[in-house]
Design a protein around this ligand. Structure first.
Ligand code: ATP
Ligand code: MG
Length: 225
């Protein structure tokens, strides 16, 4: 059911049906594939570039102090290119599936999102245990999109990001003190959030009245396995 009243949107998930379970399986398969891609990028292309960069540095050392300045400049430029490519791959892998999410969990991954934001993001993480991978990944990508939106559209001076567990549900709130006016009809990010959350049988509530900031509340079922 999708309720829409001015800029208040509530998506309430129905009882799990065959379709909800199929969607959840598709989301889980997608998340597994993203984790595999992240590992492949890390262990494959990134490692090869790191080796290339080391070889270039050794070559530079072998040339010694009397080397042709033009050759040295070429080598240093190649080394800088390799470093930039490594940074690009690292960033790409983080977008595909952040390693910190798998290794250290949702709280740490949200903290790293906050650290990279260009405005103050206050994270209050009250989770005391790891959650199923699909729940952590969904919450992470929801938070990432909501943060991106707040940074891009809201003009906010502060964003608050809060997670906690209650009644076998993960709750995630992202709120900003910006201009409000978020509208699911104007892009793909907010509808993407609704789809991802619905696939896990969760609920989304978006409150974004003009001039009163934006608050996104997500609840995801996450009963212990
Ligand atoms: N936190 C926010 N504050 C103010 N306006 C917002 C906020 N979040 C979203 N909006 C508005 O709602 C619209 C829809 O957001 P949505 O995330 O769906 O699309 P988008 O960010 O424009 O593009 P994308 O498809 O890349 O996400 C935005 O274009 C923006 O006008
Ligand atoms: Mg968006």
């Amino acid at each position: 059911m999708l309720l829409q009243a001015s800029s208040l949107v509530e998506h309430v998930a129905p009882e799990p049906t065959c379709c909800t379970r199929c969607s959840a399986r598709i989301i889980e398969a997608g998340d597994r594939e993203r984790r595999r891609l992240e590992r492949d990028l890390h262990d494959g292309a990134q490692q090869r570039l790191v080796s290339l960069q080391l070889s270039l540095q050794m070559l530079r050392r072998d040339l010694g102090p009397d080397a042709d300045p033009a050759a040295v400049a070429e080598l240093e430029a190649a080394s800088a290119e390799a470093a930039a490519a490594i940074a690009d791959i690292r960033e790409l892998a983080r977008g595909v599936h952040p390693a910190i999410l798998t290794e250290s969990g949702l709280g740490a991954a949200l903290g790293s999102l906050a650290d990279r934001a260009p405005l103050p993001v206050v994270v209050t993480d009250e989770l005391d245990r790891r959650l199923p991978g699909s729940v952590e990944a969904t919450a992470y990508f929801v938070a990432a999109e909501a943060l991106t939106n707040a940074i891009k559209h809201s003009g906010a001076s502060r964003i608050d990001l809060r997670t906690w567990l209650a009644d076998d549900q993960l709750h995630l709130d992202v709120s900003d003190d910006g201009r409000g006016g978020a509208d699911t009809m104007n892009g793909t990010g907010l509808t993407g959030i609704q789809d991802r959350v619905a696939a896990l049988g969760g609920t989304v509530r978006l409150e974004s009245r003009d001039g009163q900031g934006t608050r996104l509340e997500v609840a995801l079922p996450c009963a212990s396995p």
